[in-house]
Design a protein around this ligand. Sequence first.
Ligand code: AMP
Ligand code: FE
Ligand code: FE
Ligand code: ZN
Length: 280
Amino acid sequence: MSFVDLHCHSTASDGALAPRDVVRAAHDAGLTGLALTDHDTVAGCADAQDEAHILGIDFICGIEISCEYPRPGTLHLLGYGVDPQSPILHDLTRRLIAGRSERNVKIIAALREQGVAITLDEVLDQSKGGTVGRPHFASILLRKGYVSSVTEAFKKYLGQTGTAYADKETVSARQAIEMIRQSGGLPVLAHPVQLKKDNFGQLTNAVKELVDYGLAGIEVIHSDHREMLIDQLIELANRYDLLPTGGSDFHGSSKPHVRLGWAGNRRIPREMFDRLLARA
Ligand code: AMP
Ligand code: FE
Ligand code: FE
Ligand code: ZN
């Protein structure tokens, strides 16, 4: 059997490893295929692609786009095989990153008001030039001793019910699906569990709506998915002719329990990579 990982993050967003190091880690883990899916950017793809070529691993340039969604859910779309040079994609990522910049200022203001000593420069430093995400804030809060874990940082300050939560300007799922397609990519719903639907019927309806907009696939295997959900999602993929995909959602040290190439005790079969590539 040959295994892959279709969902992972690098320092181009909130991952801990540089893009080349993610590819090296995939190679060390024996994977034969990898997709880099950083939040709202393809900035890591060129390095990762080059390293993959050197090491003889197959590579897909991907992206993970945060979309508008009613609370308490979150909707992330994966875009596989997007053209990193696409002007449409550049427009979209520029908009999303501008939305994040505005949010960063709001989060810092809220934290400082609560007596937390944190500056924008510290956050930008932490993000090493990549897409700034809340995990960067969490790392600083942890380092300075305001919290004792990343989980606590989200619970207390950064999560939807935290005291420093701020919304950011995003994009509708419909628009993101269209723009991923216009950039040559395949839109895939990431970790459907995070839509936080009460039951499978509601989840089915939500997926159906995305299918109507042009969704091409659904992430079936993911570190947050239990076995029963995986089975249900496979059924959903079959029903709507969606490509089933899988990934660990590896971030490195900010999510230490997630191993590259693994989602719980599952691995991601090579077939998922090949089917994606065939349709991209
Ligand atoms: P952002 O992109 O800034 O909205 O931050 C979302 C990212 O934060 C996700 O992609 C995860 O990497 C991370 N995240 C969200 N919730 C948690 C949590 N409770 N604990 C740890 N990391 C989280
Ligand atoms: Fe993340
Ligand atoms: Fe995500
Ligand atoms: Zn992710």
